[in-house]
Design a protein. Structure first.
Length: 240
């Protein structure tokens, strides 16, 4: 017997903290406690959060390496009337993670999908960046190879040249080992004076925002080893 309310059948996309465990909604905790099962990218990582809030539901892996194999089974469970919660390692499911695969399949079968909104590293970084927020574009993770990254940046520069009046602020998720190289490529394509904001370890103990010309940020992280997860943002026409 449980005191938790019964959820309507369907897939629940539950946003979870990106660092600080307090950054979760009452609704998110309720859904996690009330669902039939929880799908997580990394079950061990997610268990820290679930234990913290006393969530005692089956937790099963759903990630890039098994999504093709297991999606059909979860779709059948959804058809059978289960309420399944899907979480990613941090933030909002479906943003640069495998949740999209299951969401797309569920929508094609008219299975209800319920967003349970909450933290997003991109939005957190953008709102505190000081860059224009009236229009922005998420560019995902940069390509792995330098030549591909340069090509992508060149295409963005070409698209949002100085004559374009409505260019968006551009945001990237960047792994720490790629930060210095990516900043160097920004300098190469957009020039050393492009104003860049780098946010790392958002909502965590060592949260940091560093702002300034791309060349200054490159110099800093050439001398200092980048640590933590980064969001790098810039407006393609903003030089200071």
């Amino acid at each position: 017997m449980t005191d938790e309310p019964v959820l309507d059948p369907g897939l629940y996309l539950v946003a979870t903290p990106i660092g600080n465990l307090e950054d979760i909604t009452f609704r998110a905790v309720r859904v996690l406690k009330s669902c039939d099962r929880i799908l997580a990218e990394d079950t061990r990582h997610s268990r820290i959060l679930l234990d913290h809030y006393g969530v005692r539901k089956p937790v099963e892996p759903y990630h890039d390496f098994n999504k093709e194999k297991v999606s059909a089974g979860y779709l059948q469970r959804l058809r059978d009337g289960e309420a399944i919660a899907l979480i990613c390692d941090a933030g909002t499911p479906g943003i640069a993670d495998p949740a999209f695969n299951l969401v797309k399949s569920a929508r094609l079968e008219d299975i209800p999908v319920f967003p349970v909104p909450g933290p997003s590293a991109l939005i957190a970084a953008l709102t505190a960046s000081g860059l224009p927020t009236d229009r922005f574009a998420f560019e995902n993770f940069p390509p792995k190879k330098s030549a591909q990254r340069v090509h992508k940046l060149e295409k963005l520069k070409e698209r949002w040249d100085e004559k374009e009046n409505h260019a968006p602020t551009l945001g990237f998720y960047v792994a720490p080992y790629q930060v210095a190289s990516f900043l160097g490529e920004i300098v190469q394509v957009f020039g050393p004076d492009l104003y860049v904001v780098a946010a790392r370890e958002l909502t965590k103990k060592f949260e940091e925002f560093r702002r300034g010309p791309a060349s200054d940020l490159l110099a800093h992280w050439t001398k200092t080893t980048p640590k933590g997860e980064f969001v790098i943002l810039f407006h393609p026409q903003n030089k200071r």
